[in-house]
Design a protein around this ligand. Structure first.
Ligand code: ATP
Length: 455
């Protein structure tokens, strides 16, 4: 019996407040009860930003959510995508030139035909809608159509558990019905610094002993892992999954040892560092940590673990290929570092050629193979932040201005200029232009062309 209207006014952006008020007004107009539910309410109470609005409509008929969605789309000037089998819809609309989405569902009851299956759904009350959810802190809703606006609906002690920092399932079969909740529990525990209630932890162990992960669809398992790997606390999540025995239940080889823990900790730090650089090339969390979890595994073991982690075949092939590319590059990198240490000729352009085929995630993993003060780590850091991004200071336009004849050789000339720049053989752009002209003359000479290199 708490009213959150003031909290919403104080904490929510204006456009989100407006959306919630609009949904409430439509509820009154269509004579249905409308709630915002789930993670949005959790984060509102925790004071964390979350604009992911999940609306739930309660009233008569399976199509009540659909009716709310269509009216909302009409008011917002958007469109509706329906998923009638699940009694859910998405309203898609534009706001300030940006596409926005709101999930709208009919309050529904879910039941499971067998453990780890996808649930069957049926229209129901808000209470049944909340009881099917994973944890008490996610089983909260706020009523939007009533006066006063903003009444909190908390049947299962969600507020209390949020205050105490506890993750608690709502019934004893929760993890049996849906083992992905074990992964969600870990993700939320690490994200908010919460603990899993003792009784709930016992239920996780119970679900593990029933070998339910083996029955889970690979796609759902992978989906949960991919979300975990995007969390800033991904490394801690993996450690917790290990200590609860979840990784070993997925595949015995995934169990941690001190070396792997050290590697994953370093990799996690490097991944956060890379994200803070805000480079346009995005590193995907799941690739980074999947490489990390199977670092030093042979081909067969890595392949078995990736299958167990639910990787779709196409992605598995990609990551297995990536590992091979990384392995070849790692051998070359060791040789290059040794040459440099021995005072031999270790050109940056040669390093660049070695590392060029490696994905950004692979580069981060190669960087993590070196300890804090290790030369490999320093070189990889410089390569990622500087050398890899280096471009020639002259462009095709400059070559044309220099009187060179445009053609496919332009690309090769500019690449050669870039290599010379990386190796410190040319300085300012004037020197790079001179080199380009020399290279063009050589190219023409090689091709045995009669015409002059310059127009
Ligand atoms: P995040 O903040 O990471 O987006 P979330 O809980 O807000 O997490 P979703 O994963 O989209 O967002 O889930 C929305 C709501 O749906 C949850 O708050 C929870 O109430 C319910 N839910 C999601 N997954 C499950 C599940 N596996 N079992 C039961 N309820 C779930």
């Amino acid at each position: 019996t708490r009213n959150l209207a003031k909290l919403m006014r104080d904490r929510l952006p204006r456009n989100v407040q407006h959306l919630l008020e609009t949904a409430g007004a439509i509820g009154r107009e269509l004579d249905m009860r409308v709630y915002v539910a789930g993670g949005f309410v959790r984060d509102l109470l925790l004071g964390k930003p979350n604009n992911d609005v999940d609306l739930v409509a309660e009233g008569r008929g399976n199509d009540i959510g659909s009716r709310l969605a269509h009216r909302l789309a009409e008011v917002l000037g958007g469109r509706v995508r329906e998923h009638p089998k699940f009694l859910t819809c998405v309203v898609i609309y534009e706001e300030d030139g940006k596409e926005c989405r709101v999930d709208v569902a009919t309050a529904r009851l879910e039941y499971y035909e067998h453990p780890a299956a996808l649930p069957t759904v049926e229209a129901s009350s808000i209470k049944m809608d909340l009881v099917r959810r994973d944890f008490s802190m996610n089983a909260l809703a706020v009523r939007l159509d009533s006066t006063p606006f903003g009444q909190l609906v908390d049947f299962f002690g969600g507020q209390r558990d949020l205050r105490d920092g506890v993750i608690r399932v709502l019934h004893t079969l929760s993890f049996v019905e849906d083992p992905t909740r074990c992964l969600r529990a870990v993700r939320f525990a690490q994200r908010y610094g919460f603990r899993i209630a003792q009784a709930s932890e016992k239920l996780i162990k119970n679900a593990l002993s029933l070998k339910l992960f083996e029955r889970l669809s690979p796609a759902r398992l992978f989906h949960e892992f991919a979300i975990i790997c995007e969390e800033p606390t991904a490394t801690e999540c993996l450690f917790m999954l290990d200590s609860l025995g979840i990784l070993a239940a997925i595949h015995p080889l995934l169990q941690m040892n001190p070396a792997r823990r050290t590697f994953l900790r370093r990799l996690g730090e490097i991944f956060s560092w890379y994200r803070m650089l805000y480079f346009e090339e995005v590193a995907e969390g799941w690739i980074v940590f999947f490489l990390g979890m199977c670092n030093n595994f042979n081909f067969r073991d890595a392949s078995a673990c990736y299958t167990a982690l639910g990787l779709p075949p196409q992605r598995k092939q990609e990551i297995m290929q990536g590992r091979e590319t990384m392995r070849t590059a790692a051998t070359g990198l060791t040789r290059w570092l040794r040459t440099r240490e021995d005072g031999g000729e270790a050109r940056v352009s040669a390093l660049d050629a070695l590392l060029e085929p490696v994905s950004v995630e692979g580069l981060l993993a190669l960087m993590a193979q070196g300890g804090e003060d290790d030369p490999q780590r320093r070189v990889m850091s410089r390569y990622i932040t500087q050398w890899r991004r280096e471009k020639a200071d002259i462009t095709g336009k400059d070559l044309i201005a220099l009187g060179l004849r445009p053609g496919p050789q332009f690309g090769e000339i500019l690449r050669a200029v870039r290599r010379a720049k990386l190796d410190g053989e040319v300085g300012a752009s004037s020197e790079q232009a001179e080199l380009a002209v020399r290279l063009s003359e050589q190219t023409d000479g090689r091709a045995g062309q009669k015409g002059p290199g310059c127009v």
